[in-house]
Design a protein around this ligand. Structure first.
Ligand SMILES: C[S@@+](CC[C@H](N)C(=O)[O-])C[C@H]1O[C@@H](n2cnc3c(N)ncnc32)[C@H](O)[C@@H]1O
Length: 286
């Protein structure tokens, strides 16, 4: 757990504007180190840019604005009362705050200390009980077997981990039999397209089948940001091998009237190709 002392004043984000983007291998240790540093440096900017869309206590799965309150991918909100929920890659724990409002017992886990500090900031501003926070890597969950009734993640951790098979196995271990694991990620088809919101983002220039990681490097060639791609089939196989049963795969459509962009997610692209995939899984067994 990280301590619940009030967060320090937030400094300016430094960003990584000078980083070069390449496609090359990046192992678990390098990816984790790079992404932890990147999210620590960029958490302020992320929360500044997306905080109003995310809300302080809203559970939205994706830039398409699909809310858990409507989608009910974790079940009827009333059924969440008393449930132990692990939110993975929680950022400032906005989803956990919504879960707590339904009477659930969330724990928000993230690799980045700075992201978690924003959770403390929001709780302090709302003058509410802090969401319990854990700083850890999602591929090494510091919890006993079966500690949670369900786990969820909105774009957290899964696209950033080199060893997602291990991540799935870890989530399977800490969720009790019969529990749900629901997570959203960038739709795998987007890997083939430039990450641009305009028309240039509508032409497939890369191979959907190329799993070579996307790496941003500093001048010395050290990774400062890493994303890992899996095809749809890869994800299904990893989930199945870990012991999950896939019960739904949600591809939210861009809603009429949503004009806001989020990086490469835009109304234009949203009309043509899916931007998000949400995997709804159950841990089998008793
Ligand atoms: C795109 S943000 C999403 C945050 C939050 N779920 C939201 O919707 O705003 C991705 C988050 O995943 C976290 N993350 C990246 N790699 C991780 C890992 N290996 N383990 C745990 N968290 C990780 C980052 O620190 C970051 O907060």
């Amino acid at each position: 757990m990280i301590d619940d002392t009030p967060p320090e004043p937030l400094p300016q984000a430094t960003g990584d504007d000078d980083a070069d983007a390449v496609r090359r291998d990046s192992g678990a240790a390098e990816s984790s180190r790079a992404n932890r540093g990147w999210w620590d440096r960029n958490a302020d900017e992320y929360q500044d840019e997306h905080g109003s869309f995310l809300g302080d206590a809203r559970f939205t799965w994706c830039p398409e604005g699909l809310d858990e309150a409507d989608a009910r991918l974790l079940g009827d909100p009333a059924s969440l009362r008393g449930r132990r929920v692990l939110e993975i890659g929680a950022g400032a724990a906005q989803c956990s705050r919504w879960l707590a409002a339904q009477g659930a017992l969330p724990v928000a886990l993230d690799l980045s200390h700075r992201q978690l500090q924003h959770s403390l900031r929001i709780d302090q501003q709302l003058d509410r009980e802090p969401v319990p926070l854990v700083q850890a890597d999602a591929t090494e969950l510091p919890f006993a077997d079966g500690s949670f009734d369900l786990a969820c993640s909105a774009y957290g951790a899964v696209p950033f981990a080199a060893d997602t098979a291990r991540l799935m196995t870890e989530v399977h271990r800490v969720v009790r039999p019969g529990g749900h694991w629901v997570f959203s990620v960038t739709h795998p088809i987007r890997w083939a397209f430039p990450d641009e919101p305009g028309p240039e983002g509508l032409t497939a220039l890369a191979s959907y089948f190329d799993r070579t990681p996307y790496v941003e490097e500093d001048d010395a060639g050290a990774a400062v940001y890493v994303e890992h791609h899996r095809t749809m089939g890869d994800r299904v196989r990893e989930l199945t091998l870990a012991g999950f049963r896939l019960v739904d795969l949600v591809e939210p459509e861009w809603p009429e009237g949503l004009t806001s962009e989020w990086g490469g997610w835009s109304p234009l692209r949203g009309r043509h190709i899916p931007g998000t995939a949400i995997f709804v899984c159950v841990r089998d067994g008793s």
